[in-house]
Design a protein around this ligand. Sequence first.
Ligand code: 4AD
Ligand code: MG
Length: 467
Amino acid sequence: MEKIKRTKVVDLLQRNDYGSMVNAKGWVRTRRGNKQVNFIALNDGSTINNIQIVVDLANFSEESLKDITTGACISVNGELTASPGSGQAVEIQAREIEVLGTCDNTYPLQKKGCSMEYLRSIAHLRPRTNTFGAVLRIRHNMAIAIHQYFHERGFFYFHTPIITASDCEGAGQMFQVTTMNLYDLKKDENGSIIYDSDFFGKQASLTVSGQLEGELAATALGQIYTFGPTFRAENSNTPRHLAEFWMVEPEVAFADKDDLMDLEEDFIKYCVRWALDNCKDDLEFLNKMIDKGLLERLQSVVDTEFVRLPYTEGISILEKAVANGQKFEFPVYWGCDLASEHERYLVEEYFKKPVIMTDYPKEIKAFYMKQNEDGKTVQGTDVLFPQIGEIIGGSVREENYDKLMTRIEEMNIPMKDMWWYLDTRRYGSCPHAGFGLGFERLLLFVTGMSNIRDVIPFPRTPRNAEF
Ligand code: 4AD
Ligand code: MG
């Protein structure tokens, strides 16, 4: 076959230099036709759209086409022409076709309309479907948007460790990292494991958040963000929890609660606007096939001012709703940790807008949150979203050494590995604030997918670490 430089489908579809010889490579989505002519829909992942290859059977033998089956990988040389058919502006009149990789009828993606559950069981192949292609291109775009947003505003990308000895959230949901022989653990006279001989000489785990190290960086570089994998050994089998997910965590010196809420709102809107501006074809596909309200919902988030709601007011709204007959599975009272049904009632039914909830009871929040004068609440600033519930968890940090220590003691946080964190409060302590956005939760919102397992290439959940 004549060597012609490959052009990606996304670029071919933009061209109008009809008559040019071009080369396309990709995977066959469908092949149909009659005795005179065949049409191959070819996709190479560069766009949701296929390019149509027109095969005049006068020029090709039956034999030479027999391996052009759904899923096969082919290379096509041909002439770029205007397409008379509806649905595409250009097509390729094939001159030569080479089959690079055949694909027999055991290929699991023959039929349309496989369920999401089934596709999860073939996560190694699902990127070749339209839906997952779209999701993965949007995932890439959101990562770029995040870096762009912070870079443009003078935040430094700071790399926090994945292996750590500290439990940022104090929730005990860490995956332990060890090189010890689990069949032969050395224990002391009390039966406690002796970690001396372990790789780090002490107990170590995968990080649940880069925040603590992020705070160190913010109190030196001013404003930073982290963006990396995060691990939680929480046994939550829900459509919104992963054991391995990606988190974006900006941290800003000298920011107060209002600055923080402004940043949260502006950042999310920027990401959503980015998707609307840069992922049009993929979003239109998802809007048609997955969630008819998607585009409208995305636009409305960009156009709406988020509600800023103190927890205490939120609870009285929920209590009034209950008094008026609203049914919730979990009880509502001042001090309760809101369940996602409560969050969704506020966001979807009551305000019909994203809500930034603030000033939570200190008992339900992490030790590092700044304490209010009332002695009861702390300056948390979570962002609650339609369909998703909590998309951001954030707070102003307690910068006062004594107050922080008191909270650590009250909450029995193991501090022996956190001396370094306390040093930020000892040496030139400064007011600062930050948040964590769950990357896959953002993707759930932006793609309209309903299960978090379907917005990450290879989901890790309880009892599932295939691929
Ligand atoms: O609310 P979280 O636990 O807050 C923190 O980790 C803080 N240290 C962040 C900070 O202030 N720098 O988690 C933050 C966000 C949540 O709002 C949610 O979007 C996401 O991370 N998240 C998860 N996403 C998927 N699966 C899980 N198991 C998640 N747990 C939290
Ligand atoms: Mg949270």
